[in-house]
Design a binder for this molecule. Structure first.
Ligand code: SF4
Length: 207
């Protein structure tokens, strides 16, 4: 492979992945958390995903792993982070693979950017390509001063946009607002929208 071709293969930095979640969008969803976010929301509850990180793989390799572990009962894919739109080109390539292999699946993303920022002329590179794949977007910086109980929002300023097909159950979150995954290596992953007391309890358990 020439170095020019190598440069053109989209790369992704991934913080984590689960095959089935009920708290990261409508229905049962595969979730990918990307590594890296420079937006700096105060009191972000995912600070471990801020550093650029070194876990680097081709979008095709991530797609292969995701699709190999995709049960029939999964309704869609959610992209979270970290900041998905700071790796938009790679995620657009990943979404294209998911669209081709699972045409009935919905694709959703959580972003700290607003939709207006993502559509602006100075949007992050690849933003338009990634937006074109999304059915649902939750947008905006996390604001710790504006708590909310609305499904899939971490703060009241964040908005849920239907950009493509509307999944059947966007009106309400199913199965609660937080869940705990225990990974094969024993790591504990807290996902969704846990309240501060639950976050503290899980942190203690994970020590
Ligand atoms: S955009 Fe998301 S990951 Fe980035 S600092 Fe804000 S809440 Fe945290």
């Amino acid at each position: 492979m020439s170095s020019e071709t190598e440069k053109s293969v989209p790369r992704l930095r991934i913080a984590g992945r689960v095959g089935r979640s009920r708290v990261n969008g409508p229905g049962v969803r595969a979730v990918i958390w990307v590594q890296g976010c420079t937006l700096g929301c105060a009191a972000c509850f995912n600070p471990g995903t801020h550093a650029p990180g070194e876990t680097d793989a081709s979008a095709d390799a991530v797609a292969d792993a995701l699709l190999a572990d995709w049960p029939q009962s999964v309704d869609g894919l959610t992209l979270s982070g970290g900041e998905p739109f700071q790796q938009a080109a790679g995620l657009a390539a990943l979404c294209a693979r998911v669209r081709a292999a699972r045409p009935g699946a919905s694709i959703m993303a959580f972003s700290g950017y607003t939709l207006e920022e993502l559509r602006a002329s100075d949007a992050p590179p690849g933003a338009a390509a990634l937006l074109a794949h999304l059915d649902l977007l939750v947008d905006g910086r996390f604001d710790v001063r504006a708590p909310t109980e609305r499904p899939w929002r971490a703060s009241a300023n964040q908005r849920l946009w239907v950009l493509g097909r509307r999944p059947a159950d966007t009106a309400a979150a199913e199965g609660g607002t937080a869940e705990v995954h225990v990974e094969a290596d024993g790591r504990v992953l807290l996902s969704g929208f846990p309240d501060p007391a639950l976050r503290r309890a899980i942190r203690e358990l994970a020590r």
